[in-house]
Design a protein. Structure first.
Length: 359
């Protein structure tokens, strides 16, 4: 494959890096699962069953195809909108729902905001809410991995707005200087909450921002799983061969609200939304699968139905769990509790057990 060069143009997609045909249905299933979970979580928040959620509809192809191209050994440094990446990495849905609910199964022990999950065993670092912090962390981890001779890359996810943050620039600069094996995966979803892309920067593309740091930038259509996969495979191979970092700009659209605290109707038009809805990445891959005979309309309907019932099952299991035991707040911070904390812990022990019934 040709080396990616600093560019503001779409890179041609090498046929060798298309998603293998035998994987395509798996990619589609993961995208459908992401959509079903996403829609369910929005509803759960509206019903008061979870406190907060950050939807990712419209970004399924970018997220799933990117994660599909990685090795399970690669470390992922997400922002807060990476459900499709998390599911593709293999994080069980029930574990994610435990975190959204903050129940006794929550690996974060109820200490993180809902939707801000991380799992060491899956090499998926806890989501960052302050935009950009994950970028420098990914670069540092990549440097450490290279020093240790580990054949891995780090991949960091962030949005168009985050390319204006200090950490984006420090991270890219440093990665360029030390040739860190990092993939900077920018999902340009056209909006940073209510700020449109054209008011974010005069830069012609976001990928072009890599040029000043000596980091090749590639623009891909983020609704095309093959284009995303090809760009990530290429960036990964280059990084592993010592060729340094790559900045990938996947052009997508956030079809839903920024978060459950946002109402996008206040700042963007239905016409714009509908234009992008017509480019729904799930419909796009479905057409491809129908055309090459890997999927039928009937099998597709079954897939959506079975996915919905799997999600309901995982949700029922998560909702059946008791809340996090507040006594765990004394764990994990100090190797040995200070006398004051020990005293507080003991007085806490004397309180009645937390009510295991969710209200
Ligand atoms: C350092 C910092 N500044 C401001 C915010 C408030 N904030 C939360 S999300 C967001 C927009 C980020 O937009 P973008 O990078 O495009 O990602 P997207 O949410 O579209 O995925 C902002 C400004 C923040 N979380 N952190
Ligand atoms: Mg954005």
């Amino acid at each position: 494959m040709a080396e990616p060069t600093p560019s503001t143009e779409n890179e041609p997609v090498a046929v060798a890096s298309r998603i293998p045909s035998t994987d395509l249905l798996g990619v589609y299933r993961m995208m459908v699962t992401s959509r079903v979970v996403d829609e369910r979580c929005l509803t759960l928040q509206r019903q008061g069953r979870i406190g907060f959620y950050v939807p990712m509809q419209g970004q399924e192809a970018a997220q799933v195809a990117c994660a599909w191209a990685l090795s399970p050994e690669d470390w992922i440094f997400p922002a807060y909108r990476e459900l499709g990446v998390a599911l593709t990495r293999g994080i069980p849905l029930k574990l994610l729902l435990d975190q959204f609910i903050g129940n006794a199964g929550d690996a974060m022990k109820g200490r993180q905001m809902p939707n801000h999950y991380g799992y060491r065993a899956f090499r998926f670092v806890t989501a960052s809410s302050p935009v950009g912090t994950q970028i420098v962390q990914a670069v540092g981890t990549a440097m450490a991995a290279r020093r240790k001779g580990e054949p891995i890359v780090t991949v960091t996810f962030f949005g168009d707005g985050t390319t204006s943050s200090n950490d984006f620039h420090s991270g890219l600069n440093f990665a360029g200087v030390v040739q860190a094996p990092t993939i900077f995966f920018c999902q340009n979803n056209q909006w940073a909450i209510s700020l449109p892309r054209e008011k974010q920067t005069r830069s012609e593309t976001l990928a072009a921002k890599g040029v000043a740091y000596g980091v090749p930038g590639v623009v891909v259509d983020g609704t095309d799983v093959h284009a995303v996969y090809a760009a990530v495979v290429q960036a990964r191979e280059r990084a592993l061969a010592g060729g340094g970092p790559t900045l990938i700009e996947a052009q997508v659209y956030r079809l839903g609200p920024h978060s459950t605290s946002d109402d996008p109707r206040r700042y963007r038009s239905d016409a714009e939304l509908n234009q992008w809805k017509a480019k729904d990445p799930i419909a796009r891959l479905k057409s491809e699968l129908l055309a090459d005979g890997q999927l039928t309309e009937e099998a597709d309907r079954d897939l959506w139905e079975s996915t919905k019932s799997e999600v309901s099952k995982a949700l029922a299991a998560a909702e059946a769990m008791p809340p996090v035991d507040p006594r765990t707040m004394f764990d994990d911070v100090f190797a040995r509790l200070s006398p004051q904390l020990e005293e507080q812990r003991l007085s806490f022990e004397e309180l009645p057990s937390p009510n295991p019934v969710r209200t």
